[in-house]
Design a protein. Structure first.
Lengths: 99, 332
């Protein structure tokens, strides 16, 4: 399992969507395509915006479907970060429509 | 703010800063705004007192940056509180002199002066520096950081504003509230939202922009990989749960979420028209978008509880919108 540590890239407040995109495009999706599972480690991240989490995982769920959540785990999340991740995961599955 | 047209040249505008303009009484200030031909800007103000919301200062700064500094003329300000404008960085931002020297106080704990944010890195740096300036506890700091991030990123990503976002904030001890204003002179919400959703008027566009799951970036539910269409809905929801004012002004339209009394239990709505609000449609044209928000710290709900409420409303809204597009079986 590949572990991606978020804090060194974002600091305690994860809000920069460009960083989220960079992680998604260059690390998460290539790893999943290579059959690797992912742990996103949010240790020391106090808060995140919904926009950041959306930019980080929404396209992963869109591309890989709900099965993405079997292959990506979220580690050491603060309570509010957990809630935002759950919200994004929910609405991405709720709103799945054909392109 | 009143802008008088100069009939001799027909190219300048005069801008009057009133004695009071906060989100509750900001409508007259906006109604008197005449934005046509902004080649010359003349600033005057109430002689007795100036006390205005940061939204007003952000607007003046954003507007001023569209004018050559040599064409901005500021009358000698007489109001006792005139130094406030200087301390908030208005004259520095507009690159015009302030006639009286003044003692510049340490800003920590009280205000964030007018700040121009043009890109993502500037925003991240600003947010890091901002929280210590306001000396906030962790819960309100989280809320304020969230609001500033979402609003400024909207400008950076969607507004096409050459001057970026102009924002400032002020802590008011008496009401224990933070007031935030952010303005841009970009394309405005209607142009952005109608890239993917039909909106006939500026007000319709604002309504759509506040609706969860709607973004100008796509007509698809759930947004694009970079945009969920949730930023403004989140901020309106934060203000709503905290019973505070929230104002959005773009083009000729204004949407104002009204303050709620403590007796009213706040409820979140996907449709901003279901919230207690006021609206205006024929205001002077603001080329861009302005947002003002108040966050009363005594009432700031725990961020975690806010997220629970927002998540439920958001999920239901997406579900309803998807369901509305389901094909129905035909029974013959």
């Amino acid at each position: 399992m590949k572990t991606i540590i978020i804090f060194p890239r974002t600091g305690a407040f994860a809000e920069n969507k460009d960083i989220a995109k960079d992680i998604r495009v260059n690390e998460i999706i290539p790893a999943l395509n290579n059959g690797e599972d992912i742990a996103l480690d949010f240790e020391k991240v106090d808060a995140a915006t919904q926009s950041f989490i959306h930019a980080l995982i929404s396209d992963v769920i869109r591309k890989f479907g709900s099965a993405a959540l079997d292959r990506v785990v979220f580690k050491s999340c603060a309570e509010t970060v957990k809630k935002i991740i759950s919200m994004v995961a929910d609405y991405m599955q709720e709103g799945q429509t054909p392109e | 703010m009143t802008i008088y047209r100069d009939s001799r040249y027909n190219i300048d505008m005069k801008l009057y800063i009133p004695n009071s303009a906060f989100l509750g009484n900001i409508d007259p200030f906006l109604k008197n705004f005449d934005p046509s031909s902004p080649d010359v800007l003349e600033i005057s103000a109430n002689n007795k007192w100036i006390s205005v919301h940061p939204m007003v200062l952000s607007m003046i700064a954003a507007l001023g940056l569209t004018v050559d500094p040599r064409n901005i003329h500021c009358q000698k300000l007489e109001a006792k509180s005139r130094h406030y404008l200087a301390r908030m960085g208005l004259f520095k931002t507009l690159q015009i002199p302030f006639e009286t020297s003044f003692v510049s106080h340490e800003s920590a704990g009280r205000f964030i002066p007018i700040t121009q944010i043009r890109n993502s890195d500037e925003l991240s740096g600003f947010i890091t520096d901002m929280i210590p300036l306001l000396h906030l506890e962790s819960e309100p700091a989280r809320t304020i950081g969230y609001i500033v991030s979402e609003l400024a990123r909207n400008v950076i990503e969607h507004a096409e504003a050459g001057n970026g976002a102009l924002l400032c904030a002020q802590y008011y001890k008496k009401s224990n509230a933070i007031r935030i204003g952010i303005a841009d002179t970009g394309v405005g919400i209607k142009q952005t939202i109608t890239r993917s959703h039909p909106a006939r008027t500026d007000l319709e566009a604002i309504r759509l922009a506040l609706w969860p799951g709607i973004t100008g970036a796509t007509s698809r539910e759930g947004g694009t990989e970079q945009n969920a269409g949730a930023g403004l809905f989140f901020i309106k929801s934060i203000a709503s749960i905290n019973r505070d004012f929230f104002v959005i002004y773009s083009g000729g339209a204004l949407y104002k979420l009204l303050k709620k009394t403590a007796a009213v239990k706040p409820r979140l709505h996907a449709d901003p028209y279901e919230d207690r609000h006021s609206q205006e449609e024929n205001l002077p044209l603001w080329r861009g978008t302005v947002v003002g928000a108040d966050i009363t710290l005594d009432q700031t709900a725990e961020f975690s509880a806010l997220l629970d409420a927002i998540a439920g409303t958001y999920r239901a809204a997406v579900r309803e919108r998807v369901k509305a597009r389901y094909k129905k079986p035909r029974f013959i």
